[in-house]
Design a protein around this ligand. Structure first.
Ligand code: F6R
Length: 616
């Protein structure tokens, strides 16, 4: 959601900003714009261009009407909240000598706008952002130094915002501010950068600085100063980004999603890497909770959204089984509005690939206010959610660019499993050899995923056969149930088709009514080692088939019992039941991706969706 870039240095600011916006495209947006501080015959001035639609529209406009060469600039891709995605509402918004780009929602914008209009300001757009530009222009009348004026305006704003500002009177400076919305700083040599995330500047530097809540950063070519909103200097955390620009590129794949699906064996292997200490015990490096604290945990609540929520649903089965600690899984957006029962012995586990999802961030804050301990599972170093948590386990999936999560999901399941095993270890509920046995099974998963990837032709062919279908059902039991939900979500997101996942046991309680002649029904058959589960699901398959469904059965190697009821078979490598989601999800991702491609959709950036949902 909204990509932001700021630059000061010796390069062409336009090239840096457009390159950064291109790398942030994955976040989802519907208009784009840039502003440069350029040198004109009458002194420095703001040169700006903005266009609705994709970045290509802006680049086309800039080709027709080039902007002057400049070394300071800001840029933005907007995901509309206040006002339609048109040229007028696109950012930057300019008032007087300043240009402003913004991510988030200014909650008191209506009051501020009324105040400005009464004072004679004419606002041209419907956005909350333009209000900030006008407030700032006003403030600069009495507070001429840009950083001071930005701090003064920030103190008046309510809600969530990242602001990045260029000023014609300060040509070598860009100022950024953040509250409840992401902004990171890139440290260069004789140049510095701001970005919604490190992808914005990864081509130029891998040295980054985390900004805290309610902070203002001033970058010039040689300096980075960070203060709070009152102007007090603050300590910052610097970090090195452990991936490079090539990781954020397609690397020969047609789509980011295809690349990320193919990277899943590596994502799982990397998330498992380095989790043992010299004594052969499981260790979780970034865990900031002591073993004593963990021993006292008597309830776990997992909070997450979307695909991450489904990872949590999978994890519940393993965590409860291994630790015997009750584990609830709840949507972040529902959690804090239902008065959950939390105390010091509750462990709240947030799962977020981006680490910026506003619903999850708010739920994390709520949990901490209620004195629960919060552990976050996250894929993005330096993002807000892990920073605000008591503990963190990073997934090491590498940057996920396609809007629909794939490798992020698998890595989250693995990280949750590590947490479950670690809790079992510190609580003394599993012997070392039992933990090693499960770790060995997990270590074999990357090869199993690779097998699924190598056998994917059958899935792609199937997508071709089903390309004209309008409605799909997915059915699973136990850990196969969240896999069914995830399969349906992927298809909705990418192919814009009706798709529903449900638990096999629920079939007769309603969903079977929608099964009609030819309805495609995917069924994830549990491994045979879980006899009762497997039998029950085979019965479900027979039930839908008897009503005319076209059955697509995902079943482990060697299980032929279901073959008489399967119109199509997708074979899965044999793995233990709890690990089956790590292989069974993959064909469903490939199916959705292929079907959406055949329908001609933009798979990496599906309509209406954003990668990082930074508003509630
Ligand atoms: C679906 C998808 C979303 C995210 C959700 C949470 O493919 O990507 O449902 O899983 O928006 O995002 P994070 O994990 O960044 O909090």
């Amino acid at each position: 959601m909204c990509g932001i870039v700021g630059y000061v240095g010796h390069r062409s600011a336009l090239d840096v900003v457009l390159g950064g916006l291109q790398r942030l495209e994955y976040r989802g947006y519907d208009s784009a714009g840039v502003a440069l501080v350029a040198d004109g015959s009458d002194g420095m001035f703001l040169a700006s261009a903005k266009r609705a639609g994709k970045l290509a529209n802006l680049i086309g406009a800039l080709d027709e009407q080039p902007l002057p060469v400049a070394h300071t600039g800001i840029g933005h891709t907007r995901w509309a909240t206040h006002g339609a995605p048109n040229d007028r509402n696109a950012h930057p918004h300019i008032s007087g000598r300043v240009a402003v780009v913004h991510n988030g929602i200014i909650e008191n914008f209506a009051t501020l706008r009324a105040e400005l209009e009464t004072a004679g300001h004419e606002l041209l757009s419907e956005t909350d952002t333009e209000v900030v530009a006008h407030l700032l222009a006003d403030e600069l009348q009495t507070t001429p130094e840009l950083p001071d004026a930005v701090r003064a305006v920030c103190r008046r704003l309510k809600g969530a915002f990242t602001l990045v500002i260029a000023d014609a009177d300060h040509p070598d400076m860009v100022v950024g501010a953040r509250r409840n919305s992401p902004l990171v700083v890139g440290r260069g040599d004789g140049e510095n950068f701001l970005g919604s995330d490190v992808a914005a500047f990864i081509e130029f530097t891998r040295e980054a600085i985390e900004l805290g809540q309610d902070q203002v950063v001033v970058i010039t070519p040689d300096q980075i100063d960070v203060t709070d909103f009152d102007g007090n200097a603050v300590e910052v955390t610097e970090y090195h980004v452990n991936w490079d620009a090539s990781a954020a590129e397609k690397g020969g794949y047609e789509l980011f999603m295809l690349k990320e699906i193919a990277e899943q064996p590596q994502a799982v292997a990397d998330t498992l890497l380095g989790r043992y200490n010299a004594a052969g015990e499981l260790q979780l490096d970034e865990m900031r909770l002591s073993d004593d604290e963990l021993r006292n945990i008597d309830k776990i609540v997992i909070i997450a959204c979307g695909t991450s929520f489904y990872a949590g649903m999978v994890a519940k089965y393993a965590i409860e089984h291994w630790t015997r600690v009750p584990c609830e899984v709840e949507l972040s957006s529902e959690f804090r509005y239902r008065d959950p029962i939390l105390d010091r012995s509750t462990l709240v586990v947030s799962i977020s690939q981006s680490g910026e999802t506003m619903d999850t961030l708010m739920a994390v804050r709520y949990a901490r206010e209620q004195r629960a301990r919060v552990l976050s599972i996250c894929n993005t170093n330096g993002s807000t959610i892990p920073r605000e948590s008591d503990a963190v386990i990073y997934t090491h999936a590498g940057p996920e660019i396609a809007v629909a999560s794939t490798k992020g999901f698998l890595a989250q399941v693995v990280a949750c499993y590590l947490l479950g095993l670690y809790l079992a270890q510190v609580k003394g509920l599993k012997y070392g050899d039992e933990i090693s046995q499960i770790m060995a099974e997990l270590a074999a998963v990357p090869a199993a995923i690779q097998r699924v990837l190598d056998d994917a032709d059958v899935v792609r062919k199937l997508a071709g056969e089903l390309v004209n279908e309008q409605s799909f059902l997915f059915l699973g039991r136990h850990v196969g149930y969240p896999v069914a939900l995830e399969g349906a979500l992927k298809l909705k997101e990418l192919a814009y088709l009706h798709a529903e996942g449900f638990a096999g046991g629920e079939l007769k309680h309603g969903p079977i009514a929608v099964v009609d002649d030819g309805t495609p029904v995917f069924a994830i058959v549990p491994p045979r080692s879980r006899d009762r589960l497997q039998d029950k699901l085979v019965s479900n398959i027979q039930e839908v088939r008897a009503r005319g469904a076209r059955t697509i059965v995902l079943v482990e190697d060697g299980d032929d019992e279901v073959l008489p009821y399967a119109d199509h078979v997708i074979r899965l490598p044999k793995v233990p039941t709890l690990l089956q989601p790590l292989v069974a999800t993959v064909p469903l991702q490939i199916f959705a991706c292929e079907l959406a491609s055949q329908l001609g959709h933009d798979v990496d950036q599906p309509r209406n969706l954003a990668k990082s949902v930074t508003v509630e």
